[in-house]
Design a protein around this ligand. Structure first.
Ligand code: URA
Length: 217
């Protein structure tokens, strides 16, 4: 596993840990149940969160163990927050909050106008102090990259400076899109799949992440 986040999305961090790859394979299977899918996404997002928070700043703190005083390290806050790109991004929140239960959570909702093809915002609610926080932006699928890029642009307009994008699956097109529009934003992903089909699905992929998470169609 990597030790330091690169400063640009040109080199996405692909989490090739055996447990991640094992869980991802089960997640991809068409026969995985809704409950199983949710459990796997929770576990995978916890593991991705571990990497996404690797470089959070620490500060010294004096504590007393049952035996003696000592110096420990704690997160220097306020720091990390999670921002979910609706709706599938919400599926990644449980695992992240298992690991960082005190983190504030923001949501951004965008849809693509079928005529202009522009991203239109329909919801935005963000934590306080966004400019000084590490903002971990989550969406399970980085397909074309258009909505992720639009969300990152909007968050920068709101003052976010330390952004990181985390997804389960990505494509070369999605990564290239973020590299072009947001070269300052590192990307963490579990795999880069080879193909984006004409319907916008990642292949081999895992299907529609939102539908599988929420059991809709
Ligand atoms: N969104 C999904 O949920 N699945 C894909 O394959 C692409 C985008």
């Amino acid at each position: 596993m990597m030790t330091q986040l690169p400063a640009f999305a040109a080199s996405p961090i692909v989490l090739d840990h055996p447990l991640i790859q094992h869980k991802l394979t089960h997640l991809r299977k068409a026969e995985t149940s809704t409950a199983g899918f949710r459990r796997l996404v929770r576990e995978l997002s916890l593991l991705m969160c571990y990497e996404a928070t690797r470089d959070l700043p620490l500060e010294k703190v004096e504590i007393t163990t049952p035996l003696e005083p000592t110096t420990g390290m704690q997160l220097a806050g306020p720091d990390v927050c999670f921002i979910s790109i609706l709706r599938a991004g919400n599926g990644l929140l449980d695992g992240m909050l298992d690991l960082v239960p005190f983190a504030p959570v923001g949501h951004i909702g965008l849809y693509r106008d079928p005529n202009t093809l522009e991203a239109v915002e329909y919801y935005l609610k963000l934590p306080t102090q966004i400019a000084s926080r590490r903002c971990v932006v989550v969406d399970p699928m980085l397909a074309t990259g258009h909505s992720a890029a639009a969300a990152l642009t909007r968050l920068k307009q709101e003052g976010a400076k330390r952004l990181l994008f985390v997804c389960l699956l990505s494509t070369p097109q999605g990564i290239a899109c973020l590299k072009e529009q947001h070269p300052d934003v590192p990307v963490i992903t579990c795999a880069i799949d080879p193909t984006l089909d004409e319907h916008g699905y990642i292949r081999p992929g895992l299907g529609d992440a939102g539908d599988r998470l929420f059991s809709t169609k």
